[in-house]
Design a binder for this molecule. Structure first.
Ligand SMILES: [Cu+2]
Length: 183
């Protein structure tokens, strides 16, 4: 019995040109690799998943102050101790994520445009507007000003989809979209 090592060639005819079907398979696989490769930059530009509007640094304490000022300016109601805020169409809206709540409850008009400022004052949270496929990472230290226009009236929930501690499952916020008045 001969022992074959990496130092000597294997015996017999071990190398043959690839079969036609193997070449076709290789060409198809390579072409598909190129498609996937091209999709990375293409999807970044055309995918529609990039945040709209601005992103800026913000100190968590400053964001908390802005949110409190926003609440003080436009509060219309209170549900279970949580302020309900109805800002005028076109205005800047503040939503603060913290362990374990979304503050405040927002009341928005259908069809109106708002700039939604999202930030966290402690750890990472995930903004998921249920039941829609809207997902956004809410990172402390950053103020995301998203251009939003509610297209459906209803009483919606914001679910935190980034595990943020023992009360994560209780972190449910609320957005109420009402049909615009006679304006
Ligand atoms: Cu959370």
């Amino acid at each position: 019995m001969t022992v074959t090592t990496g130092m000597s060639s294997p015996r017999g005819v071990w190398w043959k040109p690839a079969h036609r079907s193997e070449k076709i398979w290789f060409a198809v696989a390579f072409a598909w690799c190129m498609v996937l490769f091209a999709m990375m930059p293409l999807w970044h530009l055309r995918g529609g998943q990039n945040p709209t509007g601005i992103r800026a640094r913000v100190e968590p304490a400053d964001f908390r102050d802005r949110t409190n000022e926003f609440i003080a300016s436009y509060q219309v109601d209170e549900i279970d101790g949580m302020p309900v805020v109805e800002p005028p169409p076109g205005s800047d809206v503040y939503l603060m994520a913290m362990m374990w709540q979304w503050r405040p409850i927002l009341r928005l008009q259908r069809g109106a445009e708002y700039t939604l400022h999202l930030s966290s004052v402690d750890v990472n949270h995930g903004f998921n507007l249920y039941p829609f496929n809207v997902n956004f990472q809410v990172v402390p230290g950053y103020d995301y000003g998203l251009q939003i226009t509610p297209t459906e009236a209803g009483d919606f929930r914001i679910v935190c989809n980034e595990f943020c501690g023992i009360g994560h499952h209780l972190m449910v916020g609320r957005v109420i979209v009402v049909d615009g008045g006679d304006s």
